[in-house]
Write a protein that binds this ligand. Structure first.
Ligand code: HEM
Ligand SMILES: [Cu+2]
Length: 586
């Protein structure tokens, strides 16, 4: 990238007109609700998952406020007229928080919201392979979400998000309704995964070989494989749980000759791979952000691509590390412990490659980059503390303590949520055609970072000193650390609120965004912001997604432009039967 005179073959898509733009080309509720456009479906997922996050976040604040004092401060017996005691209310609140965050936010946020918007545009394609299936995934998600939240609220579920037996087969709260909700959500996840696999396999334009694909697409592909292979296991497990409750057949309940540990095996056989459904897309986002905002070719492209696939496959072999204390044979525990360590290799490869990409890069501290740097720091802590838990001897001490709580929050919040925010800030101008206030965005990243560490660092200490997880009251010696954590949570909340305000304000009075606000080389930045209904006015030229040599800063118009290289122009593929383009649908 360089200033000075521009080459003669530059292309500047300019700004879209009202009619060209996917947000305005048709109007009214039905034009959204029945849309087959992947971009609108992505935006609807964005609104849905962020709403779920806000609900889950308020519950988290409730938990933290309650734990401000050792005897429990917020919830009281018969709180808000409920007939239950305060400890049961606490159990219900953390179950609701965990279940909403995991099933309705962390799992779908990046693949379903950002993925739906980005996968076809990054491929230079017009839509996903099965637009109708895509819309039905969204309906399933919405229906599942309403069902799930409704069930959790009405039954006051207190099993924890894992629905562990034998408690879940004996408690009075309606486990059946809640697990059916999770079952429906699983279908949405499977359909989205299938759709992305087929889209990436069949709709890459001729010039785009596997190794010319942006890394976000590799990450999405690996995630989709897990979604398709692992989610059915959860579905079957939940059906078995329901069968046991309804027909009292002995699968998990020792009273009927079942084995509760079987439930844990089944559950974690899905849920450990599921943590990679949560984190792999985040890796994909970070790879894009680090390269673009360092204006440097990604380092070790193939290693990053292969490591996503390696993580997806290894992730299926380590589920037993959640069960070291559940009574497996010592040989089994040793094998699971050893296998767990293998997953850290591909994760570490990624971190090294991101750092090597930044080395000698020309880093712009934009809002997405601030979030990406924050991600590297926080995820590294999350990953390293995972090794303490994967080590048999230390896990026996740390199991079911606040150390585990701190570990998975560093990975899931410090990792996935931060990457999601970075990704939203990175692609926001593309999605909505508006630039946001950079200082506001950076301020949000800084406050989120400070609040996050203040919330969860003390929890490592709490856990190593023996504070168990999932308790509504605690020994006064822990009060000081819990109070730090609660104050941190309030600061974190303020940071997130600032991010929300900055983004919403940009829709009202943000400057119009050029096609390529960051000088990126991936194809989604070759169309106008926001993209037209069919994504591209003409077939984009496929090149190396991390080669910035053809991108120039046009000082006169204050935007990045792309010089069309003397490469052969290859047409993009159009799905053979794609109802979205048949017209009349929208
Ligand atoms: C760097 C590699 C990682 C290792 C070695 C690791 C290891 C572990 C271990 C051994 C446990 C069980 C602790 C216990 O209950 O005694 C655990 C818990 C957990 N991990 Fe990780 N982990 C890693 C990465 C991740 C990632 C990437 C995620 C999610 C995105 C994640 C999410 C979780 C969650 C949610 C739990 C809590 C499970 C529960 O409710 O008990 N971990 N981790
Ligand atoms: Cu695990």
């Amino acid at each position: 990238m360089s200033a000075g005179t521009l080459p003669s073959n530059v292309r500047d898509p300019g700004f879209p007109t009202e009619r060209e733009n996917y947000l305005t080309n048709s109007k009214g509720f039905l034009s959204w609700f029945c849309t087959l456009d992947h971009k609108r479906i992505g935006v609807m997922y964005l609104i849905g998952t962020v709403t779920a996050f806000l609900i889950g976040g308020l519950l988290a604040l409730g938990i933290r406020l309650h734990l401000f004092s050792p005897e429990g401060w917020l919830f009281t017996d018969n709180w808000l007229g409920s007939s239950v005691d305060k400890n049961t209310i606490y159990n219900q609140v953390f179950t609701l928080h965990g279940a909403i965050m995991v099933f309705l936010f962390i799992i779908p946020s990046i693949p379903a919201a950002l993925g739906n918007f980005l996968v076809p545009v990054m491929l230079g394609a017009k839509d996903v392979a099965f637009p109708r299936l895509n819309l039905s995934s969204f309906y399933l998600w919405m229906f599942g979400a309403l069902f799930f939240i409704g069930a959790l609220l009405s039954s006051g579920l207190d099993t924890g998000w894992t629905f562990y037996t034998p408690y879940s087969t004996t408690t009075d709260s309606s486990v059946i309704l809640a697990t059916l909700g999770a079952f429906i959500l699983g279908f949405s996840s499977i359909f989205t995964g299938l759709n992305f696999i087929v889209t990436i396999n069949t709709m890459r334009p001729p010039g785009m070989t596997w190794f010319k694909m942006p890394l976000f697409l590799w990450a999405t592909y690996a995630t989709s494989i897990i979604q398709v292979l692992a989610t059915p296991v959860l579905g079957i497990t939940l059906l078995l749980l329901i069968a046991e409750r309804v027909m009292q057949i002995g699968i998990f309940d020792p009273e009927f000759n079942g084995d509760p540990v079987t439930y844990q095996h089944f559950f974690w056989f899905y849920s450990h791979p599921a943590v990679y459904i949560m984190i792999l897309p985040a890796f994909g986002v970070i790879s894009e952000l680090i390269s673009v905002h360092s204006h440097k070719h990604i380092f070790g492209y193939r290693f990053i691509a292969y490591s996503s696939i390696a993580i997806a496959l290894l992730g299926f072999l380590v589920w037993g590390h959640h069960m070291f204390t559940a009574g497996m044979s010592s040989l089994t525990t040793i094998i699971f412990s050893a296998l767990t360590f293998t997953v850290s290799v591909p994760s570490a490869i990624k971190v090294f490659n991101w750092l090597a990409t930044m080395y000698k890069g020309s880093i712009s501290l934009t809002t997405p980059m601030c979030y990406a740097l924050s991600f590297i720091f926080l995820f590294t802590i999350g990953g390293l503390t995972g090794l303490f838990l994967g080590t048999l001897a230390t896990d026996l001490h740390l199991h079911d303590t606040y150390f585990v709580v701190a570990h998975f929050h560093y990975v899931m919040v410090g990792g996935t949520l931060i990457a999601f925010l970075g990704g939203v800030f990175h692609w926001w101008p593309k999605m909505f055609g508006r630039l946001y206030n950079e200082w506001g965005g950076r301020l949000s990243a800084a406050i989120v970072f400070i609040g996050f560490n203040l919330t969860f660092l003390p929890q490592f200490v709490l856990g190593s000193r023996g504070m168990p997880r999932r308790y509504a009251t605690y020994d006064p010696e822990f009060a000081y650390l819990h109070q730090m954590s609660t104050i941190g949570a309030l600061i974190l909340g303020i940071g997130l609120l600032i991010a929300l305000v900055v983004l919403i304000a940009s829709l009202v009075n943000g400057k119009r965004s050029p096609a390529n606000p960051w000088g990126a080389a991936t194809l989604e930045f070759a169309c106008t912001s926001p993209p037209p209904y069919y994504n591209f006015e003409r077939a984009p030229v496929v090149g190396d997604p991390y080669d910035f040599h053809d991108i120039f800063w046009d000082a006169e118009n204050e935007r990045y432009v792309t010089a069309e290289p003397e490469r052969e122009i290859v047409p993009q593929t159009v799905p053979e039967e794609s109802p979205a383009h048949a017209g009349g649908q929208n």
